[in-house]
Design a protein around this ligand. Structure first.
Ligand SMILES: [Cu+2]
Length: 571
C-alpha cells in the first residue's frame, strides 16, 4: 500500500484531522517545443513546465524527488515558509540531490495562495525545470470566482543557460546587438572616459534617451503554460463566469506587461498573499513574482491574454474562449521603452564615472552624492545646464520608478496600470513595529564584464548577512545599475514599504527599478541559513547573491556557529 494513502487513512481516523499528502516528482531530460524551435531541456515528471502541485493549507506534505539526470539537482519551493533544510538551495540548505538519488522533502503547509517551484542548481531552471504550486486556504477565500487557471510564463531561449552565461561574459550585449546600447556606451567610455563620452553623446542629442539593455537576453520565445504564441494555450469559460487567473512569471530574465484586451482585471493577490482588490487594465510582473487576477467575462467571445516583454523584444500569448479553437486579435508589440538620464542617475552617482573629467560648474547638477540616502531623490536637478531632458514632463510617474524614468509602464488602452503603491494587504500578518535596524544593500554591477553584485561585492567574495532571530530588519535597496532587479529573500516575508503601515503588502520578490531606492522590512522569524538574491538567472549566477544566516531561535543549529560553505547556490 502506498505510504501516503496509509497516512491519509490514519489521518482520517484521528479525531483532529491532520492532512497529509505524498507526492512524487521525477527530474527528467525533456523535449521542449515552442513552435519556433525544439530543444532539449529539463522538466518534471517528463514535461516542462512540470505538474501543478495542489496543496491544502494545514497539510503536511512529503515530496519524493528522484533525480534522473546525470548531474546534481535540487528543488526550491519558491515563496513557501518552511524549515530551512527543506528550502532546496544547494550549498545553503542542503548538499543537493545526486544523480539517481531520491530526496524526500517534508514540511507543513502554513500558508495559501499561488507559488511555484524550480531547480536551484546551475541553469536548470532557465532550461525548463519549473512548475506551479496552488495552495487552497483553510477558510473561505475573500473573493468569488467560478473557475481558475494557472498561467505560468517563461522566456524560452534556443540557447542553453550555460551557453548564454558564457556569451554574456564574453560580451555583455551579446543578445542585444542590433541596437545602440548602453553596452556600446560603456565600451566607448572605457576608451574616452565616461564624462567625455557622455558630453559627446549629449552634444549629438542621442543620450537624452537610449535604447538600452532593458533586457540583456533577447531572442526568446514567450511561453504560456509551456505553449508558444502560435500554439496558443487556451482556457475555456462559460459566459457570465468569474475566472481566476494565477499568473506566475518563471522566466529566467524577462519581465512581462500583461493585458487582456476587452477585459478589466481585478488583482486580488500578489506573491501568494491576498491584497485589497484593485481594478487594472494592465500590470507588470517581475521575474519570479505571482499575481492572481479575476476577470468577469460576460460575452461569448474569445479574448487574448497578451504578455509583452518589458523591453518589447518578445511576448507570450494565450486565449480565454468559450470553446476550443476560437481566437481573438493578437496585438502588435509596442515600441521599446527608452532609458532616460533619470534611469542612469543611480549609476552615474556611484559608477565608474571619472570625476576629473567633469568640467566644473557645467556638470554641477550631476553631483548627487548627498542624495544617496534620500528616498525622495530630486532627479529634476539633472535637468539644468547642457543636459536636455526634453519632454520628461510628459512621462508618466510612479513612485517605484525614478522621476522622469522611461521605464514607467502605461496601459495600452490609456487606462489603469498597476503600481506597487496600489498593493495593500487584505489582512496583515504582522503587527507594524519599528525596525530594530536598517541594512543597506546597494545593487551594483559592471556592465562591461557582466558582473553583478551587492555593495560592489560578488557572492563568492562576500560574508553572509547575519540576522538575529526575533528582530525586524529594514532593508534599503539602492539600485545603482541601469537594470531592474527582482530581489528574492528565501524563508521569510518581504514586507514592501508602500507607506501603508501594517497594510504594507507581503511579498517574496521586490522589484527594484534603476536609480531608485526601495525599502522592505522582514520579521526575522525563521532560523537557519537562507538565500537572498536577484532572481534574474544570469545576475544571480554572476554574483548578485547573498547568504543570510539567522542566529538564535527555536531548534537552531546555527546558534552554535555551524555554517555551511558558500558555494553552490547559483541560479
Ligand atoms: Cu539582477
Amino acid at each position: 500500500m502506498n505510504k501516503g494513502f496509509l497516512i491519509a487513512i490514519l489521518a482520517g481516523l484521528m479525531p483532529l484531522q491532520v492532512l497529509a499528502g505524498e507526492y512524487d516528482i521525477s527530474v527528467d531530460r525533456v523535449q521542449i517545443d515552442t513552435g519556433d524551435f525544439v530543444k532539449e531541456g529539463i522538466g518534471y515528471n517528463g514535461a516542462s513546465p512540470g505538474p501543478v502541485l495542489r496543496f491544502k493549507e494545514g497539510e503536511k506534505v512529503t515530496i519524493n524527488v528522484t533525480n534522473n539526470l546525470d548531474e546534481m539537482t535540487s528543488i526550491h519551493w519558491h515563496g513557501l515558509i518552511l524549515p530551512f533544510e527543506q528550502d532546496g538551495v544547494p550549498g545553503i540548505s542542503f548538499p543537493g540531490i545526486k544523480p539517481g538519488e531520491t530526496f524526500t522533502y517534508k514540511f507543513p503547509i502554513v500558508q495559501n495562495g499561488t507559488y511555484w517551484f524550480h531547480s536551484h542548481s546551475g541553469f536548470q531552471e532557465p532550461n525548463g525545470a519549473y512548475g506551479a504550486i496552488v495552495i487552497e486556504p483553510e477558510g473561505r477565500e475573500p473573493f468569488r470566482y467560478d473557475r481558475e487557471y494557472v498561467v505560468q510564463l517563461t522566456d524560452k531561449h534556443p540557447h542553453s543557460g550555460d551557453r548564454i552565461m558564457r556569451n554574456l561574459k564574453m560580451s555583455a550585449d551579446y543578445y542585444n546587438r542590433q541596437q545602440q546600447t548602453v553596452g556600446d556606451f560603456f565600451s566607448e567610455s572605457a576608451e574616452k572616459g565616461f564624462m567625455a563620452t557622455l558630453m559627446d553623446r549629449m552634444m549629438w542629442g542621442d543620450m537624452r534617451m537610449m535604447k538600452a539593455d532593458i533586457e540583456d537576453v533577447q531572442g526568446f520565445t514567450g511561453l504560456m503554460n509551456g505553449k508558444g504564441p502560435e500554439q496558443n494555450w487556451t482556457g475555456l469559460f462559460k459566459p457570465g463566469e468569474r475566472v481566476r487567473l494565477r499568473f506566475i512569471n518563471s522566466s529566467a530574465m524577462t519581465y512581462f506587461d500583461i493585458r487582456i484586451p476587452g477585459l478589466e482585471m481585478t488583482v486580488v493577490q500578489a506573491d501568494g498573499n491576498n491584497v485589497q482588490p484593485v481594478n487594472v487594465d494592465e500590470f507588470r510582473i517581475g521575474v519570479a513574482e505571482t499575481y492572481d487576477v479575476i476577470v468577469h467575462i460576460k460575452d461569448e467571445e474569445a479574448y487574448t491574454i497578451f504578455a509583452e516583454s518589458m523591453g518589447r523584444s518578445g511576448y507570450a500569448r494565450g486565449t480565454l474562449a468559450p470553446e476550443e479553437g476560437m481566437t481573438a486579435e493578437v496585438p502588435e508589440l509596442r515600441e521599446a521603452p527608452l532609458l532616460t538620464m533619470a534611469d542612469m542617475a543611480g549609476h552615474m552617482d556611484h559608477g565608474d564615472m571619472k570625476h576629473d573629467d567633469m568640467n566644473g560648474d557645467n556638470m554641477a547638477g550631476m553631483d548627487h552624492s548627498d542624495m544617496g540616502g534620500n528616498d525622495e531623490m530630486d532627479h529634476s536637478a539633472m535637468g539644468h545646464g547642457s543636459m536636455d531632458h526634453g519632454d520628461d514632463a510628459s512621462l508618466p510617474e510612479d513612485p517605484f520608478y525614478a522621476k522622469g524614468s522611461g521605464l514607467v509602464p502605461t496601459a495600452s488602452n490609456g487606462g489603469k496600470f498597476l503600481s506597487y503603491s496600489d498593493l495593500k494587504a487584505q489582512k496583515p500578518l504582522y503587527e507594524d513595529r519599528e525596525p530594530t535596524r536598517e541594512i543597506e544593500l546597494r545593487l551594483t554591477g559592471n556592465m562591461e564584464r557582466y558582473e553583478w553584485s551587492i555593495n560592489g561585492i560578488k557572492y563568492e567574495d562576500a560574508d553572509p548577512i547575519v540576522l538575529q532571530y526575533g528582530e525586524r530588519v529594514r532593508f534599503k535597496f539602492v539600485n545603482e545599475t541601469m537594470m531592474t532587479h527582482p530581489m528574492h529573500l528565501h524563508g521569510m516575508w518581504s514586507i514592501l514599504e508602500v507607506g501603508e503601515g501594517k497594510w504594507n503588502p507581503l511579498k517574496h520578490v521586490i522589484s527594484v527599478a534603476p536609480a531608485t531606492t526601495v525599502y522592505m522590512e522582514t520579521e526575522v522569524d525563521a532560523p537557519g541559513e537562507w538565500a537572498f538574491h536577484c532572481h534574474l538567472s544570469y545576475h544571480a549566477a554572476s554574483g548578485m547573491f547573498r547568504k543570510i544566516v539567522v542566529e538564535g531561535g527555536p531548534d537552531s543549529t546555527v546558534a552554535e556557529g555551524k555554517q555551511s560553505g558558500k558555494q553552490g547556490g547559483e541560479s
